[in-house]
Design a protein around this ligand. Sequence first.
Ligand code: PHE
Length: 439
Amino acid sequence: MEEERERWGSKFGFIMAAMGSAVGLGNIWMFSYRCGRCGGAAFLIPYLIILFLVGIIGLMVEWTLGRKNKAGVLDSLINCGFPGGKYLGWIPIINVFLIFSFYAVIEGWCMKYMVMSLSGELMAIDPGPYFGNFVSSYEPLIWLAIGIIATVTINSFGVRKGIERACKFMMPLLLVLVVILMIRSLTLPGAEAGIAFFIKPDLSKITWDVWLNAVGQIFFSLSLVGSTMVVYGSYLRSKDDIPGSALIVALGNTAIALMCGFVIFPAVFSFGLDPASGPSLAFITLSSIFQQMVGGRFFAFLFFLLLFIAALSSDVSMMEPVTEVFVSHFKLGRKKVTLLLGFLAFLVGIPCALLGWFLDLLASVVTTMILAPIGGIIVAVALAWFVGVKHAREEVNEGASIKMGKWWEPYVKYIYPAIILVILILGILSYFGIFEATW
Ligand code: PHE
């Protein structure tokens, strides 16, 4: 007998799970270093424009494809007759799996720093050299394994009892942590300079590169890689409100990113450090801040706990589309599948943990600049051209509190995929050095 497909237990549970996926290292670690590098507030203007132009629509597109087909991306493509769907459907699935492998490495760093702040060791190190030594040792492998075990444990319990339940607990806790850290940071002496950096834009800083960073940031941050949100959409019921939920998740995700900016920049400026220090911002710059701050050890612990929770709730959403294929398409048992995938992710994670260039390659180029937009386009084309925009609009409006008008059809058919195509082309050009971009 065919097993019944899992469903989210409640609307709140779904929103928490989707927020759990969206809010991740992308919001805290990547958002702050990108924003710092792109001139602070100047980054926010393209970021907000792209959020409304593509972010919210993107969530609707991916959830609608999943709910319409009651399937993850592979079976959705096969169902709607996408040419070569049974092969192309693997691209977004493999991509999210690669993201999972490198993401779990960085999550491991967060756990290490969380434990170090708890033990007090963080307060006595020299942050720069310490971080350098740590990432070039074998120790990250241990933390990688712990991160993967935590993810496998949650996913093995399934959609409702595993992912939804964990996110219903983790996301409110995350919000409390962000608020506490924000209050601490905003009340530091000299915080005003950081606040100004983050809210007063210098329009001359908005270059093409900043736009590209903003688009990349929105797609990654909303988990729009063509697999995660499709499978999350496939667990929705027809009475669930897709446009309303897309608005809540997109705005909620941005609110958390902005709050994280208010945690990081006032502190960075208060201690006279460089906001544009890049990916090491969270581990080197912030560690030296915590060392000097009153109550630093406690706040360091809260901060790295925040990073860990954010990463874990995103991890589970990266593993789910891969798990789902094996469970629904190949009819294997969930427990077995999650265990096996955890092991495979560890194997792929090994070179990421040990070789900096491999981590960079996966993190910036392959997965976010090239494979993610390919996944995004495949899903958009499948929905708009093969399911058909008319049926897609009926589906997105089913259970919706705000109905999408006729404009939605040409938008999803032409404009949305065209925007992703531009990102893909620029991504490929910058990969080959033809177009200058910092990612
Ligand atoms: N959205 C997550 C973040 O911001 C990352 C992610 C990407 C999660 C792709 C799932 C799929 O960190």
